[in-house]
Design a protein around this ligand. Structure first.
Ligand code: HEC
Length: 156
């Protein structure tokens, strides 16, 4: 019995070590593209801060990685969130979206944030500063609704 426990532990350790060599590609970019949401829409500073602190890690081409993000399997999990987050909505590529798509994404943004579904719960457990107060939710959604209205009017 004792032997099997020991063998199992050794196998697990070997698996863990081997996993460390499989590193997902990082989402890092030094350039802020001309198509970036903040560059294009120039929101007020409070809105910029909210977006950068609470959303950009998963919804842009540049993530601020914490140290433990290098440890597998956490690294796989983070990489997966970024891939899915960016795949659905990438603020770095905002201006490549059609006016209709922009309006639709802004509507979803308001919905997700009001329902407390974004930022993801698992992310908030570690990034306390990313948690949005009711006031921040209002600031963000008011801004998004105004912008959506402008798009829907077809002005821009
Ligand atoms: C930890 C990563 C992470 C953070 C931080 C995050 N998101 Fe997301 N977001 C995702 C993932 C993953 C999806 C896609 C799967 C899902 O809907 O759960 C998503 C989906 C969305 C969608 C739906 C897009 C669509 O087309 O369906 C919106 C809108 C959104 N996020 C807005 C935000 C906003 C606004 C913030 C900041 C307040 C934010 N997210 C923060 C990971 C994140």
């Amino acid at each position: 019995m004792k032997r099997t426990i020991k063998t199992t532990l050794i196998i697990l350790l070997v698996v863990f070590v081997v996993m460390q060599f499989i590193r997902p590609e990082k989402n890092i970019s030094d350039v802020v593209p001309a198509t970036d949401l903040i560059v294009v829409t120039k929101p007020p500073k409070e809105v910029q801060d909210i977006l950068k602190t609470s959303c950009y890690d998963c919804h842009s081409n540049n993530t601020n990685y914490p140290w433990y993000s290098n440890v597998a399997p956490i690294s796989y999990w983070i990489s997966d969130h970024i891939k899915h987050g960016k795949g659905n909505l990438n603020f770095s590529e905002w201006d490549t979206y059609s006016v209709k798509k922009k309006a639709h994404k802004l509507e979803e943004l308001t919905e997700e944030v009001e329902k407390h579904e974004m930022p993801l719960e698992s992310y908030l457990r570690i990034h306390k500063d990313a948690k949005l107060s009711n006031e921040q939710i209002e600031t963000l959604t008011n801004w998004a609704n105004n912008l959506r209205f402008i798009h829907q009017l077809g002005v821009k």
